[in-house]
Design a protein around this ligand. Structure first.
Ligand SMILES: [Zn+2]
Length: 675
């Protein structure tokens, strides 16, 4: 059922097509609409309720819609590329195709992986056991960091908040095995239950390495105690969204004073990083790390470090480890019913580790130049619309408007794939050890990132791989990035009307642009510096407007007693509200001189625009994943990303003739408008 179920839902997906049919462009997906629900009552149900009824979430997935199905279709395509690469045995060593083929093949060698059990990580476990002194603990922390296992903190090179053209080291809190700090410290039943399940999960994995039940239970308790201490001194998800709360530029000398128990000189020289200023995101957390270094016995550090090695390695070890990892992380926390098939997990890991080698072949095959050209045109129109919107809003004074326009003029869009591709040829990959290949890939990624520290920022780098079905905004570089993976139906389709494309990918583009002007992005200036550019009065008005959006989402319940955290989802919700507004504006602008597009299937272009947003963004979701999102994810659920912004928009009410009393029309005094 698993594989064939997924394939049968792919069959009804309209694939990226390079030409418009003789009948002219297509409109919205008619069969997806639930006509038993009025658009003004519940637009989420209306836009694609029928699709959701006909397409239950596949057992291995936690969310499902045409958009998620398209993401899985990309994995099918990557699968084919990787099977072909793996089948060739005469490729030159170090060539991109050889690397991805060998990496994938090692991941597919289930018999070998199962026969090895915990063998691949035994040398690590043995070395952890040999630790005797606090200095040994620190050497092991360095070794973990070399392969990207961030315990109990991570160090990562990225733009300086104040000199964004320079890359400096940032030290972040990390080292927790549960999704975030609230899971350790909050009394609610769902967190208490997660702690119990986590204790059992930790004990299970220790047990699988041969530790007896009593010792495995003790180990789990040690891990919980240690991580709870870290969690207690970590910021929560809302605090972490405030860029100022994590902005603490610190000299190397002060860093040493802050954590005298940690040998930063040894760390920096081993990592080949110059002793320059760093940003300490959470000083209170680092102080706690210092306390743990001073007081926690080496024996407990051993347990903690072994645990994090185990949790990172589990999916690359034999079946019982994979099963345990699935049971806790995907099934219990996420609600998945079945493990993803082996090939899909290998595809995802190859994309994760060698994403640009794989992505180059993927984009050559599936991302036509015509798609890039059409996207560039849309981005241009969206940037124009944001500018028009900034000029016309009545709550912002001319001085701030001037700065906002300055910021808009420095936006850098990236579309499809990077101009220069990463060279992975230095990674040692063979078909005999999946785990060693993963370690090699991670070691490369860490070294690659460290090599940037102390240098001017390289604006050609990408933070997502080309096949990724997603997009992002980076405030320090003021760039909006759209990987090829999202540029396919239902987000973007060469065969549909502009109205439909603007309603889907157009709103996504508008959303990413608006991130530059949301509650976080608005704190960065045109040069990407964390620096105020607002007059006091305008800032006050902006904050009143954003508070309206926070209050709106605070009122959206996913189940009795659990509602969205308005402050957590604020940036994304501002992005959707502004994104929908400027995408519609950009669409109308794009038709100037061409005349309006036709009504198709009885839907006006404006109706097509809004239905396209509902059909792209709305999805079915497992209750467990919904709870996880409301707790930890700055994005609202798909349902409220459809209902939330549209219920504030007069353009939507007009398009569907909604009366003032309709559920999709917010009460006058509660209506929000930011940009
Ligand atoms: Zn976003």
């Amino acid at each position: 059922m698993r594989l064939s179920g997924i394939l049968s839902s792919f069959a009804i997906i309209v694939l990226l097509s390079s030409s418009v049919s003789a009948q002219g462009p297509k409109g919205v997906e008619l069969a997806d609409i639930d006509t038993s629900v009025a658009p003004c009552t519940d637009f989420f149900e209306y836009a694609n309720g029928a699709w959701r009824k006909a397409n239950p979430i596949p057992p291995s997935m936690v969310r499902w819609s045409r958009r998620w199905a398209a993401g899985e279709l990309s994995k099918d395509r990557l699968h084919e590329i990787l099977e072909q690469a793996a089948a060739k045995r005469d490729l030159p060593a170090g060539s991109p195709e050889r690397l991805i083929g060998d990496f994938y093949a090692a991941g597919m060698d289930e018999a070998r992986i199962n026969a090895l059990g915990a063998e691949p990580i035994k040398p690590w476990l043995a070395d952890i056991d040999k630790m005797k002194s606090p200095a040994d603990v620190q050497a092991m922390i360095r070794r973990f960091h070399d392969v990207g296992i961030g315990v109990p903190f991570t160090l990562y090179g990225t733009s300086d908040n104040h000199e964004p053209n320079n890359v400096i080291a940032h030290i972040f809190a990390a080292g927790l095995g549960l999704p975030d700090r609230d899971y350790y410290v909050k009394p609610e039943a769902r967190f208490a239950e997660a702690r119990e399940k986590y204790l059992a999960h930790v004990a299970t994995l220790f047990g699988l390495t041969g530790v007896n039940a009593a010792d495995a239970k003790t180990a789990a308790e040690t891990v919980m105690r240690f991580e709870t201490a870290l969690a207690t001194h970590s910021l929560d998800n809302v605090a972490l969204r405030d860029p100022k709360a994590t902005d603490h530029k610190t000299s190397f000398a002060d860093l040493r004073k802050m954590t005298p128990a940690f040998d930063w000189a040894a760390y920096f020289s081993a990592a080949n990083i110059g002793r320059a200023d760093v940003n300490v995101a959470e000083p209170a957390f680092l102080a706690e790390v210092n306390r743990q270094l001073e007081k926690t016995p080496v024996a407990e550090w051993k347990t903690y470090l072994k645990w994090h090695l185990l949790r990172v390695a589990a999916d690359a070890l034999s079946e019982p480890f994979q099963r345990a990892d699935f049971e806790f992380n995907q099934k219990y926390l996420g609600g998945a019913k079945e493990m993803k098939p082996r090939w899909k997990r290998s595809v995802e890991m190859t994309d994760n580790m060698l994403g640009e080698a794989l992505g180059k072949i993927y984009t050559d095959k599936y991302f036509p130049p015509a798609a890039k050209a059409r996207m560039q045109e849309m981005v241009k129109n969206l940037l124009w619309a944001m500018g028009d919107d900034i000029q016309s809003i009545d709550w912002m004074g001319p001085e701030t408007k001037k700065r906002a326009m300055e910021k808009l003029s420095t936006f850098n869009p990236k579309i499809g794939y990077p101009d220069t591709w990463k060279d992975y040829s230095s990674i040692k990959i063979d078909r005999a050890s999946y785990w060693n290949n993963i370690v090699g890939g991670a070691r490369f990624a860490v070294a690659d990132n460290r090599s940037e520290i102390g240098k001017p920022v390289d604006r050609g780098r990408w933070g997502m791989t080309p096949p990724t079905s997603n997009a992002y905004y980076n405030p320090s570089l003021n760039e909006i990035v759209f990987p090829a993976g999202i540029l396919q139906a239902p987000a973007f389709d060469m065969a549909v009307t502009d109205a439909v494309n603007y309603g889907a990918i157009g709103v996504v583009i508008g959303h990413e642009i608006s991130h530059g002007f949301d509650d976080q992005g608005a704190q960065y200036d045109a040069q990407g510096r964390l620096k105020n550019w607002w007059t006091d009065e305008d800032l006050k008005r902006f904050q009143e407007r954003t508070a309206c959006v926070a209050a709106q989402f605070e009122g959206y319940f996913i189940e009795p007693g659990i509602h969205h955290n308005g402050k957590l989802v604020l940036g994304e919700s501002i992005g959707d509200l502004a994104g929908a507004k400027i995408a519609l504006l950009a669409y109308q602008h794009s038709r100037e001189g061409k005349g309006p597009e036709p009504t198709i299937d009885g839907f006006t272009p404006e109706q097509q625009f809004f239905i396209a947003w509902g059909q792209f963004r709305g999805d079915a979701i497992r209750p467990e994943t919904q709870r996880l999102m409301v707790q930890s994810d700055p994005h609202p659920t798909g349902k409220y990303r459809v209902i939330g912004p549209l219920s504030n928009m007069p353009e939507f009410w007009k398009a569907f003739g909604c009366p003032d009393t309709a559920a999709m029309v917010r009460e006058k005094e509660k209506r929000c408008s930011v940009w």
